[in-house]
Ligand binder design. Sequence first.
Ligand SMILES: [Zn+2]
Length: 191
Amino acid sequence: MPRKGSKQLILEFFLANLGNVLESKDIQKASGGAVEWARRVRELRNEEGFQILSHKDRADLKPNQYLLETSVRLPAFSRAISKETRAYVLERNGYTCQMCGVAAGDPDPLGGPRTVRLTMGHIIDKSKSGDDSPGNLRAVCTNCNEGLQNTAPPKPDRVHLLAQIRRATRPDQEVVLQWLLQKFRLDTFRK
Ligand SMILES: [Zn+2]
């Protein structure tokens, strides 16, 4: 059985059983007995974007169980970057768009119905041989990512910034301090 054939058989088995927990032995059987059925499942998930869940994603699944709940595939860019990398980059960037400065959960500055969502932007574009490593990624809001917001405001100057922080309430100053300590990986501030 050629490899492509077994992968297609596995996909058809999952699609015929949307929402049903499937056992390893049944997936292997559906694949035509492919020895490398688990690798094919990983390819469907990682390369083709099918959201096949395993015990690593869902606590109620056993290690030999898999579940596909939707035939919707994830777009290429969001599946190339691991959850860990995304979390790391978002944390490093303070959950703030590195182009326009809005934060995750802020109201959409363009007036859209949804709050700001952050996505992964490439510093050096993939078309120019940029990669998906954390060093080449930054948090970018969906507006900036789609080029809707080309007028990025200039970065605040330090005089203005410090003046704002000096005027802020002590609790707000502590939030700023905590964020800076975390950003620069220093010890936690103790009150
Ligand atoms: Zn933005």
